[in-house]
Design a protein around this ligand. Structure first.
Ligand code: UGA
Length: 434
């Protein structure tokens, strides 16, 4: 099939690459000339495990192309996927749909033959109706079905998730559109649940899923606070809860609060929708407020650990909003760091992937290290803020030799407490008496 993808961000690019690998002809279109130029020349514009290799393969084979020209992308396409951003409005926190509507208006003119326009971006319930109305207004003769096709890719694991989806949700009542989607996703038919639902249900599924996961994280963080007071161990509690298949082990890792470009945005948008439709979503409202508070609490915790020494050097390990990505948007690590800088200015940071993005925000307010050991050289405390896999395997002997004070605050519970204490470190983590 010929597929057009509008937007080459964290959703659009991995989706385009994945669909090319499935044997489709994919044309990705974007408004940012520098991005299209880089992508045309073989320079991948974002970090995702396994993405570059597949992208280069299909750039070379010709199955994957990039353009600034909407006509070139949309003309003759069987499916047009809208994967542009829906950033939160700075005041109302509602999803800002201007890029979606602009894309709908522009693409409408170039539709020819029967086309499925699928919204991959996360959009409020009812947006599909608006997109359809815009397309019909611009091009009343268009033979088109507008469907909701939500994306469940996790950043950092987008390529893996693309090829191993838990489910594919197809939101439309149109039989023709369902048929096209069944053909497109036929390679997954044997192993993946294909849910055919109404467009509004599909739009809701995306928000309800993200909000539930955010709530699950908030829940385990609240339990962690409880365990600290009650003398229980959150790691044991999470394991004990998670082995119940109705609860599940995933998303029960306590931490400094959730972040990223999805959960904060989508929980706020969902709460906003609840208010708009007159169905208050109290659990989600609480989750948002408590998750915001938590980051301040964590910054205070770090500051308190070195309060006897205003000159203390703090080594921050991890800046990305989670492991496996270079993305710092709404990163708890960055938000904690910003708050921490009010108490202490002597901070050195390290992240395996996110240094460049972090530097654009932090500038010269912190020092930058080339590896965790350099970050910890002469430090009074090392604070782990992002769940990078390689932080689990820090060479404690080496760290010991570098640090001024042997103090580790592990806000992701990555390290083995017994091992770290045995090495003589003063260790604190989340959800257990320290
Ligand atoms: C999330 C969803 O997991 C994806 O299914 C969805 O497609 C995506 O949003 C989206 O809407 O586009 P993502 O934002 O990439 O994916 O990140 P997650 O892996 O969900 O992590 C979000 C945050 O929760 C991170 O800050 C992470 O550190 C935190 N987290 C996650 C925890 O604190 N504990 C956990 O147990 C899991």
């Amino acid at each position: 099939m010929k597929i057009a993808i509008i937007g080459t961000g964290y959703v659009g690019l991995p989706t385009g690459v994945g669909l090319a690998e499935l044997g489709n002809q994919v044309v990705c279109v974007d408004k940012i000339a520098a991005k299209i130029e880089a992508l045309t020349q073989g320079k991948v514009t974002l970090y995702e495990e396994g993405l570059e290799e597949l992208y280069l393969k299909h750039l070379k084979s010709g199955a994957l192309r990039f353009t600034l020209d909407m006509r070139e992308a949309v003309n003759g396409a069987d499916v047009v996927m809208i994967a542009v951003g829906t950033p939160p409005h700075p005041v109302t926190k509602e999803a800002d749909l201007q890029y979606i509507y602009a894309a709908a208006e522009e693409l409408a003119a170039y539709l020819d033959g029967y086309t499925v326009v699928a919204t991959k971006s996360t959009v409020p319930v009812g947006t599909g109706d608006e997109i359809e109305a815009i397309i019909k207004k611009v091009n009343p003769a268009a033979d088109v079905d507008v469907i909701s096709l939500p994306e469940f890719l996790r950043e950092g694991f987008a390529v893996h998730d693309f090829f191993h989806p838990d489910r594919i949700v197809i939101g439309t009542d149109s039989r023709r559109a369902r048929e096209v989607m069944r053909r497109l996703y036929a390679p997954f038919a044997d192993k993946t649940e294909m849910l055919e639902v109404s467009r509004r249900s599909s739009e809701t599924i995306k928000y309800a899923s993200n909000a539930f996961l955010a709530m699950k994280i908030h829940y385990i963080n609240e339990m962690a606070d409880f365990c600290e007071k009650a003398g229980a161990d959150i790691n044991e509690v999470a394991k004990g809860m998670g082995t119940d298949s109705r609860i599940g082990r995933k998303f029960l890792n306590p931490g400094p609060g959730y972040g990223g470009s999805c959960f904060p945005k989508d929980t706020n948008a969902m709460a906003q929708m609840g208010r708009k439709f007159g169905a208050m979503l109290n659990l989600i409202e609480t989750t948002i407020a408590k998750n915001d508070e938590r980051k301040l609490e964590m910054a205070k915790r770090v500051a308190a650990a070195v309060k006897h020494n205003p000159e203390a050097k703090i080594a921050v390990l991890g800046l990305a909003f989670k492991g496996g990505t270079d993305d710092c948007r709404e990163s708890p690590a960055m938000q904690i760091l910003e708050k921490l800088l009010h108490y202490n200015r002597n901070v050195t940071v390290y992240d395996p992937q996110a240094m460049e993005n972090a530097r654009a925000v932090l500038g010269d307010r912190v020092s930058y290290a080339a590896d965790p050991y350099e970050a910890c050289a002469g430090a009074d405390i090392a604070v782990i803020l992002t769940e990078w896999e390689n932080f689990k395997h820090l060479d404690l002997e080496k760290l010991k030799a570098k640090m001024l004070q042997m103090q580790i605050m592990d806000l992701r519970n990555l390290l083995n407490k017994e091992e770290v204490c045995r090495q003589g470190f003063c260790y604190s983590c989340i959800g257990m008496k320290n």
